[in-house]
Design a protein. Structure first.
Length: 132
């Protein structure tokens, strides 16, 4: 399984977490049962999932200042999760180049977001990157 496919599964998992109250570990076990290909990059998946879940407030505070004309609570959930993954990677996973995190976030936004999601996410992440 490629990194982009694993990143996509992490996004899907984090999306489902907004609608389920089960303990995160139980949700991960069930998700892994339903996605056996995940075993190839499980370390990255778990790092991103636990990282975003455990540091959500910190991650959100890093990119929130760059949400032009939007508040975090009003962002489409898919866009928010894509931003959280990218900002987590940029701020916590030094082995992943920032440009890769941004490009992959834009790809996910094109696939799952609204018509303007990709350009919006690119703008937010570019502004965040410049602030570092």
């Amino acid at each position: 399984m490629s990194r982009i496919e694993t990143r996509e599964l992490a996004m899907e998992f984090l999306f489902q977490c907004f609608f389920r109250n089960d303990p995160i570990a139980d949700q991960i076990d069930l998700f892994k049962e339903n996605n056996p290909d995940l075993a190839g990059d499980e370390t990255y998946f778990l790092d991103v999932v636990y990282g975003v879940v455990n540091k959500r407030d910190e991650i959100d505070s890093l990119f929130s200042p760059f949400l032009k004309k939007w508040k975090l609570e009003r962002l489409p959930l898919t866009d928010r999760i894509i931003l959280e993954i990218a900002v987590y990677e940029i701020s916590q996973l030094e082995e992943i180049p920032t440009s890769v995190s941004i490009n992959e976030a834009v790809k996910l936004a094109k696939k799952y977001g609204a018509d303007n999601s990709a350009s919006y996410i690119n703008g937010v992440l570019s502004s965040f990157e410049k602030s570092l």
